[in-house]
Design a protein. Structure first.
Length: 431
C-alpha cells in the first residue's frame, strides 16, 4: 500500500511570486549574456542622409570637360529641413502611457500641430535682394521662402498671411515687393517686404500665370493663359497700361504677336519682353512699348526646338533660358535666338528634370533656379558669365604656355590675371 502524503495546494499569492521571479530572471538574462568587453557598434550614430547629398557635384557641369564649364549644378530644395535629432538611432519615437497620463502631447499630436512642409507642385520662383528664394507651391497652397545659405525655411501660408486659390507666378521688384498670381482667384496680390498684403489687381484677369518686372520702366507683366494675352500694369499704381496679343480665339492663333496659352515672361536689360508662347512652341520678343520684334523656335525635339516651353528667364549677360515642360530640358540662347548650350533630360538625378515648369535667375549672384513637379523640388545652378569664361580661357592658355616654357604655376596665375578682359566678350557657342 502506498503511504498517504499530504499535498500543499499553492495559493494565489505564491503563484504570483513565482511568476515575478521568472520575469525577473528573464529580464536579467540579456544583461548577463552581454557581460564582458563591449563590441564596437556596427553603425554610426548619425541620421540617415539622402544619397544625392553624397554625390560629387563638382563634376556635374555643362558642357563637359575639357570644355570650359558654363553651367554648374549646385544644390536642390525640397521643403523644410528634417528634425535630425528625431532620426537618431534610439531616439524616442512615441509618448508612453505615463506621458499621456501626465498630459504630454503624443507624437501624432505634435506632428499635426507642427507639420513638416515639403514641396509638392512648385511653380513660380523669385529672388529678393537678400538672395532668399521664394517658391510658389500650388498644391501646398503656400509660398516657401528659402534661406539659400543654410536652407532654413519660412512660409507665406494660405489662410494666415493671405487667401490663396491656385498660386502660379512670382516676381519681386527692386524694392523687394512680392507679386503673386492666383489663377483660381483671378488676381495678382502684392506683398510688402515683410510679407503683408498691400495691394492687388483683381479686374481684367482670367487665368494669370507667369509674372515679370521691368524695374527701369516700372512695368509689371502678367501672362494670362485664359485670355491668350500678356497684360502690362504700372508696377507702382497697379493701373493697366496695355494688352499684348489678341483674345477670344480659343487658343488657336499662331500669327506673330499673338499667343496660345502664354505662360512664362521675362525682361532683359534693355526692357525687351520675352514670352514663352507655350502651345505655339516658340519665344516671342517685344519692345518696352509692346511692339512685336521677332520670334524664335518651333515644334520639335532637336537642339533649339521646343515642345511646350513654359518658363523663360534672362541672365546677367542677357542670354535667354527656356524651360521645356515636355522635353524636360533647359536651353540657353543668345539675343539672336542662337542656341548656346542645353542641359537636362528626363530623370530625378541632379541636372535632370521631371515635369519641368519654372525657371528664374538671380542676376546679382549668377544663379539659376528650376522648378519641377513630379519630384517636387527646385534645383540651383551657377551660371558662369562670359567674362569669367574668357578669364578661365586666358588662365588655361597661360598655363599651357608655361608648361611648354617650364614656368612655375604661380607665375602662370599672375600672367593670366593680367590678361582678364575689362569688358564682356561675345557669346560663345557650345563646345
Amino acid at each position: 500500500m502506498f503511504a498517504a502524503h499530504s499535498v500543499r495546494v499553492p495559493t494565489l499569492r505564491h503563484s504570483c511570486n513565482i511568476l515575478l521571479a521568472l520575469l525577473a530572471l528573464m529580464l536579467a538574462l540579456p544583461l548577463q549574456l552581454s557581460a564582458g568587453p563591449k563590441k564596437k557598434a556596427t553603425t554610426d550614430n548619425k541620421a540617415p542622409t539622402n544619397f544625392l547629398d553624397k554625390l560629387d557635384i563638382s563634376k556635374i557641369v555643362w558642357p563637359q570637360p575639357p570644355a570650359i564649364a558654363r553651367v554648374k549644378y549646385m544644390t536642390y530644395y525640397s521643403g523644410e529641413k528634417l528634425d535630425l535629432a528625431a532620426l537618431q538611432p534610439g531616439a524616442k519615437k512615441k509618448q508612453t502611457w505615463m506621458d499621456r497620463l501626465a498630459g504630454a502631447q503624443t507624437e501624432k499630436e505634435i506632428r499635426d500641430e507642427h507639420p513638416h512642409f515639403v514641396l509638392i507642385e512648385p511653380y513660380g520662383m523669385a529672388v529678393n535682394s537678400k538672395g532668399e528664394l521664394f517658391v510658389a507651391d500650388e498644391k501646398v497652397g503656400a509660398i516657401f521662402v528659402f534661406n539659400t545659405e543654410n536652407k532654413d525655411v519660412n512660409m507665406i501660408k494660405n489662410g494666415i498671411h493671405a487667401n490663396f486659390g491656385r498660386i502660379i507666378g512670382l516676381a519681386i521688384d527692386d524694392g523687394d515687393r512680392l507679386f503673386v498670381s492666383d489663377a483660381k482667384m483671378r488676381r495678382v496680390l502684392v506683398f510688402s517686404p515683410t510679407n503683408e498684403v498691400i495691394g492687388q489687381i483683381n479686374t481684367g484677369l482670367s487665368a494669370p500665370s507667369g509674372l515679370a518686372i521691368d524695374n527701369d520702366n516700372r512695368i509689371l507683366y502678367v501672362a494670362d493663359v485664359g485670355l491668350d494675352q500678356v497684360l502690362a500694369y504700372d508696377a507702382d499704381t497697379l493701373d493697366p497700361i496695355r494688352k499684348i496679343g489678341t483674345t477670344g480665339h480659343n487658343h488657336e492663333l499662331t500669327t506673330p504677336g499673338d499667343f496660345s496659352k502664354p505662360i512664362g515672361v521675362a525682361v532683359d536689360s534693355e526692357g525687351n519682353l520675352y514670352v514663352a508662347d507655350t502651345m505655339n512652341n516658340r519665344i516671342e520678343v517685344f519692345d518696352a512699348d509692346g511692339q512685336f520684334i521677332k520670334e524664335f523656335g518651333k515644334a520639335g525635339d532637336g537642339p533649339g526646338y521646343f515642345a511646350r516651353p513654359k518658363g523663360v528667364a534672362i541672365d546677367s549677360d542677357d542670354h535667354i533660358w527656356v524651360a521645356d515642360g515636355m522635353q524636360d530640358r533647359v536651353q540657353v540662347f543668345n539675343k539672336e535666338g542662337r542656341l548656346l548650350t542645353y542641359l537636362g533630360g528626363h530623370g530625378n538625378l541632379p541636372g535632370q528634370f521631371a515635369a519641368l515648369c519654372g525657371i528664374t535667375t538671380d542676376k546679382k549672384n549668377n544663379r539659376v533656379f528650376t522648378s519641377e513637379q513630379y519630384p517636387g523640388r527646385v534645383q540651383q545652378f551657377r551660371y558662369v558669365t562670359e567674362a569669367e569664361a574668357v578669364a578661365e580661357k586666358a588662365r588655361r592658355d597661360a598655363e599651357l604656355r608655361g608648361k611648354r616654357a617650364g614656368i612655375t604655376p604661380a607665375t602662370v596665375e599672375t600672367q593670366a590675371s593680367k590678361q582678364e578682359p575689362a569688358v564682356k566678350a561675345k557669346d560663345s557657342a557650345p563646345q
